[in-house]
Design a protein around this ligand. Sequence first.
Ligand code: SIN
Ligand code: FE2
Length: 215
Amino acid sequence: MTLDLFGASDTGTYDRMGSAAGILRGFALPDVDALLPALADIQAASPFRHMITPGGFTMSVALSNCETLGWTSDRFGYRYSRVDPSHGRPWPAMPAVFLRLAQRAAAAAGFDGFAPDACLINRYVPGSRLSLHQDKNEVDSSAPIVSVSLGMAAVFVFGGHARTDKCFRTSLLHGDVAVWGGEDRMRYHGVLPMVDAPHPLLGSQRINLTFRKAA
Ligand code: SIN
Ligand code: FE2
């Protein structure tokens, strides 16, 4: 496998990562012009912030959320919250363009009827990373995870069901959509420290939208 940090995605291809996991290359590209202004509206209502992990560390990734349930972290643990803890009001609604994209990507990867109630928005800058973890704060793990990449390229690490299982690495480029569900739903994954390779549209940042069915 080659790690192409700078090139364009091979739009239209599906890179399989497991029997129920893969990457739809360039799938979100036609929606980018509509996604970015919708993202700006969310940021105005619920700005990106660095949360504290239960272990007391400040996350290098800044986050926001939209839709009913927002993923949060503090010293007491990871959880979903109906309100943005920075001001106590609900998270912004999920823009129609977000939902349509998530549902079309899920269906293209073999998961019909995806109905996300949570959309975590992560912002990475050079040096930001996300250590190996499982998405396990969701009550309903029958639905897939749909993860949209925008801006700078990242090296995504996808492992097995145990933290120590062998991992596979691939780059996630602007417009790529990774989907994992079914027997692959609980696989460990993470993002290596970001290298500064500014993106023409988004500059020195990467935005990731993670759609989940949390409740
Ligand atoms: C996540 O696992 O929550 C995000 C993965 C990514 O940024 O690609
Ligand atoms: Fe995750």
